[in-house]
Design a binder for this molecule. Structure first.
Ligand SMILES: Cc1ncc(COP(=O)(O)O)c(C=O)c1O
Length: 343
């Protein structure tokens, strides 16, 4: 496997891999472990840091002075790309697509951080806009001013960004082996697909054969699996892994998505409350809350039957909870109410 691409290092340590003991015993299924990628470097942590290590290194190699990217109203990817730009002394321009939510510059969470970190430009566009084209337009504007932009694909979700999680898979394998744990399954949120694709490629190319299941946060099953598999095919070539990775290695569930992107369900809220009050772990309503709802649902269905150790990839996104505090508290779960009453 060839991973010798230019890379910036934004995390100087290995993120913890922890046993969620209380959650595991409550669910009565396999041991649930968490990989704390919410603690990765760059402002606020999260999965995008691993992708940006490769993407920003590429931007610097190409002599860019400005990063251009896109995301939803509370985009973690936009915040992290902006944070990487700040760290590297680059400018950053954002295209914010109003998917299911209106942009309000006074919002808390990531919107607050776009302002605090100093985005050079925030262009707000309606849902369904061709954001790739919008990013090209911004790039042309920069060119006219004698500047050099670098377009970071939406969500960092291309084969170069996916290398972050090919690398991440190696880190998980080494860490689990050092801890004497054998992992039977990995569960990850699946959005732009780069994280999911990187993990599949990484575990496959390392010969470990650990299955990876994606919990969809935006698309239906067929569309998401196709999207992820397309990245897997390119990532495999990029690392010179010559064996075909079977299509069945990409598996997604859309049952936990609810009405759409960034619209949490009751089960999402339940998972957020449960993890906060059993493990002191913060989950967000867009990605990790839905993914944990998926893990709980899949344990209940017996999906992990016969498997001992399941790893939840915590991909971050916690700044987003501060833009949703009242909605999260309004959806207090009865289990939590019982605990509160007994205090
Ligand atoms: C917190 C968080 N988790 C998961 C994802 C999904 O990762 P990917 O886009 O690689 O599928 C994102 C993407 O924006 C994210 O911000």
């Amino acid at each position: 496997m060839n991973l010798t691409y230019p890379r910036r290092v934004y995390t100087e340590f290995v993120t913890p891999l922890q046993h969620l003991k209380k959650l595991s015993s409550m669910l009565g299924g396999p041991n649930i472990f968490v990989k704390r990628d919410d603690l990765l470097g760059l402002t606020g942590g999260g999965n995008k840091t691993r992708k940006l290590e490769f993407l920003v290194a590429d931007a610097l190699k190409q002599g860019a002075d400005t990063l251009i990217t896109t995301g939803g109203v509370q985009s973690n990817h936009c915040r992290m790309t902006l944070a990487a730009a700040v760290k590297e002394g680059l400018k950053c321009r954002l295209i914010i697509e109003e998917r299911n939510h209106k942009y309000n510059p006074q919002d808390n969470g990531n919107v607050f951080l776009f302002n605090l970190l100093g985005a050079e430009q925030i262009k707000v566009v309606p849902d369904g806009t061709d954001v790739a084209k919008e990013m090209e337009i911004v790039n042309e504007e920069l060119k006219k001013d004698g500047r050099k932009g670098y377009i970071v694909a939406e969500g960092g979700g291309n084969d170069l960004g996916a290398l972050g999680y090919v690398n991440g898979a190696q880190e998980i394998l080494k860490q689990a082996s050092e801890m004497g744990i054998s992992l039977d399954h990995i569960v990850t949120p699946s959005g732009s697909g780069g994280t999911h694709a990187g993990l599949v490629t990484g575990f496959y190319a390392s010969g470990s054969g650990i299955p990876v299941t994606g919990i969809n946060v935006r698309r239906k099953k067929a569309a998401q699996e196709e999207k992820v598999y397309n990245i897997v095919k390119l990532a495999r070539q990029r690392i010179d892994f010559n064996e075909e990775i079977p299509r069945e290695a990409v598996k997604c569930f859309d049952e936990y998505l609810g009405p759409g992107y960034a619209i949490p369900t009751d089960k999402t809220f339940e998972a957020i409350h449960l993890l906060a009050q059993t493990e002191g772990l913060l989950l967000d309503p867009v990605y990790t809350g839905k993914t944990m709802a998926g893990i709980i649902g899949l344990v209940e269905k017996g999906y992990f039957e016969g498997q001992k150790n399941v790893l939840f990839l915590h991909t971050g996104g916690t700044p987003c909870i501060y833009a949703n505090t009242s909605t999260i508290l309004e959806h207090n779960h009865s289990y939590v109410e019982t605990l509160v009453e007994s205090r």
